[in-house]
Design a binder for this molecule. Sequence first.
Ligand SMILES: Cc1ncc(COP(=O)(O)O)c(C=O)c1O
Length: 361
Amino acid sequence: MIHQMNRPAIAHIYPEHLRHNYRLLKQHAGKADIMAIVKANAYGHGIELVAPVLFDEGCRLFGVTDAAEGRQLRLLLKTEKAEITLLSGIFDRQDARMAIDKHLTPAITEPVQVELLHMENFRGSVWLKVDTGMNRLGTSDAKALTRQCQKAGIKVRGIMSHLACADMPEHLLNKQQANAFTILRREVTPNLPASLLNSAGMVSMPEYCLDVVRPGIALYGSEPVADQPLGLKPVMQLTGGVMQIRDIPAGAQVSYGATYTADSSMRIAVVSTGYADGLPRRLSNRGYAFFAGQKLDIVGRVCMDYTMLDVTDVEIKQGDTVEFWGTHIRANDVARSIDTISYTLFTGIGARVQRIAEYSG
Ligand SMILES: Cc1ncc(COP(=O)(O)O)c(C=O)c1O
């Protein structure tokens, strides 16, 4: 019998950890509803593995980026009971038609979006997305946009804004944005649901949970505020398999550019995970992997398909599995070591990496 073995670069996804995180966030949200942010393929975790679990947990509000992601999610969930918000709104008439066809809820920021929806005779609801100081996407004239919606027969379902510095609880901008949002709500949409907080906001400004909170990263298990951990569990574990073990003499060099030179004779493991799988090249000569209770240094440059580890004096063999992030090495720690955030690690997982749901552990 031929035993088919896939290349072992795997993102193991733990649904039980996702459930745990959702329940924990639900407690923190109090009376507010949770809009689970599942954009960008559920932050790289695989929307098909994540969204049904959240729906099963009772989540009925989901946030994605655009109409294409919204359509994909609607087809996946196979129910109209989930409300799917498009956080970037719509871009053209085709998006407007998709929003009608798949009952999607765009978050709008520009008059042209209302025009596009009106042209296609959209009869659904929209969120108003307002800017309160981040100066990213959001209208600065919520009143005019509301009036335009009314004229076009489009229902405004609520008002939302986004915090720039929620992961820094002491930052002055948090309070300024919250105050600006409070005033806007009162003036423009006094009776409509309001939503301000992402994951970090739920930790740093819980008094602003309001009607809907929009956690993303916390669902996937990354603590959003470093020194106020919630007890989240990592949903993704990225692993690779040892393809070859080699002994090299003192003075031998490893990988592209020969940037690593062995001080003394040593043993190297060649692992089947590279930057095309989402292991950042910046971990070259800097990061590590976890195996059997120990951290193994990455030596030399991370390649497209391979990464080499120092396994001198380690009992490891061909076929063994090492972890790059997950339970033993937190994605936040990996990210911090190369001056990035876990969001980029997760969303950087390559298309060719298998995402496998794991029901134990
Ligand atoms: C508008 C909006 N709300 C909520 C989120 C979720 O943020 P986080 O993953 O930090 O919880 C995002 C993510 O970027 C967003 O753009």
